[in-house]
Ligand binder design. Structure first.
Ligand SMILES: [Zn+2]
Length: 809
């Protein structure tokens, strides 16, 4: 038994590949799979063998492949062994028969070479025939992260990093120790890799390679508390204390800021946590600890069920935030934090109502809407971003209520609703299976071959500003054309993922690259880029016809593989997969074999939310986070493309543009064009052009809005989401007004009602750049209203949040 990291280290200096017996690689996260494949490919080449990927079952004579075909076969065993549906599924699980036959074949060839990749928990490993395979083989294992394995893992990462080649990182004080927390957390390998990259990128001097422990510790403060999010949620639903809500919100907020999560991921995470909350306690001993232990079981159950139901009832507001964030049309503040605060307060406020009967009073419509979403056919309509986490939650809720048996009346109603929703889910699963069978193969798939990015500012990586880590790695992958690697680029919209992908494709497809790997700009492939006929093909994972597109893509790869007689280009296609995080899972799985198999096609997956990409896909890719530009990089960007230095701009003006761009090159380019055009006459004019000048006039309406939202008639007045003066406004104006109220609520929330939370960046740019006295005025109005009513400012805010942020707004 050997660790995969040790094997990779050994492969750098020698040849640990056994040719007289099989090699078995048991991976967990699979984060090192691409590196293992690349290393095996190199080692095999040393024996004049080509690494060849195969999916079991094994065929007779497979053990002679190295003799007759100069191939070293790599068998990728499936993680499941159930019966498949859909015949062209390349990840088709093995039938019991096929597994049995394969293992029998393997048993008589244990003295031959061959590589087997097997997921750690795969049932294949539990088959009685497998033990013999492992007895004879060199077994590699992806270790769980423990005190014992961490040094090897870090040694391997340090030896293979391109971020600080040759640097003695492990020998430096504090470097090693800074990973200790990950062991306690039971982090997985991808988390360690990410932490390693961050230490090197952010806490190590690029020139001297000195690691700055003090700086790392400062960053670490922000990382604290993330472990406890589920525990805060348990406390909140059991003890129903204000402070638990604060802890929960801070925990979620920190977790998101630290990991660069999208709103979608944050919300999905909360759904998952809530599902876990509903599970039967698996550690009764641990559950007895703390204040929670003194709460009676029925009350615990009521709290958990109520929280789950309210989360669903607030789903409209949550989906709105997710969609805005996803489509990048959010111009204002991030509303998800106040929306979650509103949900939490709603939960706490329902404590008293529970005594009176129905704690879900007033939220039933929202709840019914959420429950009815599961099981709908949304295949051709707009996607349902929360479908899978909601389905899990609804099933967990139904199961929990069924387990609980007798409860208050509202339990029964809730149980009925949840069970009915589960029934619809089952029905949908049946319909989907049926449709898959009925699906006809005819109809011409329309492959979307898109033109290069509209503004070809980045012909080569040399001209890319910022995002140094991703660029350096992409350049390295493009140079090493034989690696056969696929990539995953993730980051927010407009951050330049697509531009990077196309620059990479140019380099990889060029037939006469420069010595440093850059595209020549003159060869046939390079010219084809200008006419849109290049081998770079882009498809959108969220496309309604994605099913057909996927088939077509797989076909393309297969044909490209066949045309090997005249080797024109070593790599014929680069497939850029947009919205890989929205790719339907079953279809995505069809891509897996071409991804790993093909020497002639590269895949670049683009995603906003890395974790929403299929795990099997992630494990086949090197993944890189594309970060927004930092301030200095944004300045360099404007300097380079708009020559802003040549013209005397006010520093405040530049700051405004950079701020409003949020570090996203696409937006920065648009704003730069405004700046470099006829030019604004001044800061006020520029604010107006950017639509960031509404605060001053809005502050005059603010007292009326606050008073209305807190008056007894608020519910009636705001039933339509607006107050009466808005009746003659257009839909868009009304939506903008709602957005502004929400932006101001967010500002007030961050400035006074609750301390802490995320900083200034969460504030709407219009509010960030207005006169400070205006910002103060917004908060002051809320405080004055509170004084008038003799309540706390927080109460006023909470009521407003309920009106403007919940589903009625
Ligand atoms: Zn070229």
């Amino acid at each position: 038994m050997m660790r995969d990291v040790d094997f990779l280290l050994a492969a750098r200096t020698g040849d640990p590949l056994p040719l007289d017996r099989p090699l078995v690689y048991r991976y967990r996260s699979g984060a090192l799979r691409p590196r293992m494949i690349a290393a095996l490919r190199r080692l095999a080449a040393g024996h004049s063998l080509a690494l060849w990927l195969e999916a079991p079952p094994l065929r007779p004579g497979f053990d002679r492949a190295h003799v007759f075909l100069s191939q070293l076969l790599l068998f990728d065993w499936p993680a499941r062994t159930a019966r498949p549906k859909g015949l062209d599924d390349p990840r088709k699980p093995l039938s019991a028969d096929a597994l049995q036959r394969s293992l029998e074949l393997l048993a008589v060839s244990l003295d031959g070479p061959g590589v087997h990749f097997l997921e750690h928990a795969s049932p294949v490993a539990r088959h009685p025939g497998w033990a013999a395979v492992e007895r004879g083989a060199l077994v590699l294992e992806e270790p769980a992260i423990t005190r014992g394995s961490l040094p090897s893992v870090l040694r391997c990462l340090a030896a293979t990093t391109d971020l600080a080649p040759g640097a003695d990182l492990l020998g430096q004080r504090g470097f090693f120790a800074s990973f200790a927390g990950l062991v306690e957390e039971r982090a997985d390998l991808p988390a360690v890799i990410q932490a390693f990259d961050e230490r090197v990128l952010l806490c190590t001097d690029p020139a001297t390679h000195r690691y700055d422990a003090a700086r790392d510790r400062r960053d670490a403060v922000g990382r604290r508390g993330r472990r406890a999010v589920l525990s805060h949620l348990r406390d909140l639903t059991a003890l129903r204390r204000e402070c638990d809500l604060d802890d929960l919100l801070c925990g979620l907020d920190e977790r998101r800021a630290e990991r660069g999560w999208s709103t979608h991921h944050l919300v999905a995470d909360l759904y998952r946590l809530t599902s876990r909350l509903l599970e039967p306690a698996s550690h009764p001993r641990r559950a007895r600890l703390g204040a929670r232990s003194r709460v009676a079981a029925p009350r615990l159950a009521e709290g958990a069920a109520l929280w789950a139901a309210l989360l669903l009832a607030w789903e409209d507001a949550l989906i709105r935030s997710v969609e805005e964030d996803r489509h990048g049309y959010r111009r204002g503040p991030d509303l998800i934090v106040p929306a979650l605060a509103g949900l939490g307060r709603d939960f706490l406020a329902r404590e008293e109502r529970a005594e009176a009967g129905d704690p879900l009073n007033g939220r039933r419509a929202g709840l019914a809407r959420a429950l009815s979403r599961g099981g709908m056919d949304v295949r051709d309509g707009p996607g349902d971003p929360l479908a899978s986490v909601r389905n899990t939650l609804v099933r967990a809720l139904a199961a929990m209520l069924a387990r609980f048996g007798e409860g208050p009346d509202w339990f029964e109603h809730l149980h009925e609703g949840a069970s009915a929703a589960c029934g619809r889910l089952d029905e949908k699963a049946r319909r989907d299976a049926q449709r898959e069978e009925d699906e006809d193969e005819q109809g011409t798939p329309r492959c979307l071959v898109l033109a290069p990015p509209p503004s070809p500012l980045h012909q080569t990586f040399a001209t890319v500003i910022g995002r140094g880590h991703a660029v350096a790695e992409l350049r390295r992958h493009a140079r090493a054309r034989t690696d056969g690697v696929d990539l995953l680029l993730h980051g927010p919209d407009g951050v330049g993922k697509r531009t990077l992908a196309w620059s990479y494709a140019r380099m990889v497809l060029c037939t006469q690259p420069s010595p440093d790997g850059g595209a020549c700009g003159a060869c046939r492939s390079c010219r084809a880029f200008e006419t849109g006929q290049s081998g770079c093909i882009e498809i959108d994972g969220a496309h309604p016809d994605i099913d057909k597109l996927s088939r077509h893509l797989v076909m393309r790869v297969q044909t490209a593989e066949l045309v090997v007689s005249e080797v024109v280009l070593p790599i014929r296609h680069v497939f850029v997969i947009h919205n890989a995080d929205r790719y339907p899972p079953a279809m995505f799985d069809r891509l897996l074999k071409p991804m790993e198999d093909s020497g002639r096609a590269r895949f670049v997956l683009l995603a906003r939310d890395r974790r929403a990409v299929r795990m099997a896909g992630r494990s086949r890719c090197f993944d890189y986070r594309v970060r927004p530009l930092q301030r200095s990089e944004a300045e360099a960007f404007l300097e380079k493309y708009f020559d802003v230095g040549g013209r005397a701009y006010d520093a405040a003006m530049l700051a405004l543009v950079i701020d409003a761009s949020e570090g996203r090159p696409n937006r920065l380019r648009r704003l730069g064009e405004i700046l470099a055009g006829p030019g604004p006459s001044g800061l006020v004019d520029m604010c107006a052009r950017l639509g960031l000048d509404w605060a001053e006039s809005f502050v005059r309406h603010w007292p009326a809005i606050v008073a209305a939202a807190t008056s007894a008639s608020a519910g009636v007045v705001n039933a339509s989401g607006v107050d009466r003066t808005d009746i003659d406004r257009t839909e868009a104006e009304r939506a903008e007004r709602v957005r502004r109220v929400q932006a101001v609520l967010q500002l007030v929330h961050l400035r006074g009602v609750r301390q802490g939370s995320s900083g200034r960046d969460a504030i709407d740019p219009a509010l960030r750049h207005c006169d400070p006295s205006i910002r103060d005025a917004f908060a002051a109005v809320v405080h004055r209203q509170a004084e008038r009513e003799g309540v706390s400012a927080e109460t006023v805010w909470a009521r407003m949040a309920e009106t403007w942020l919940s589903d009625r707004a």
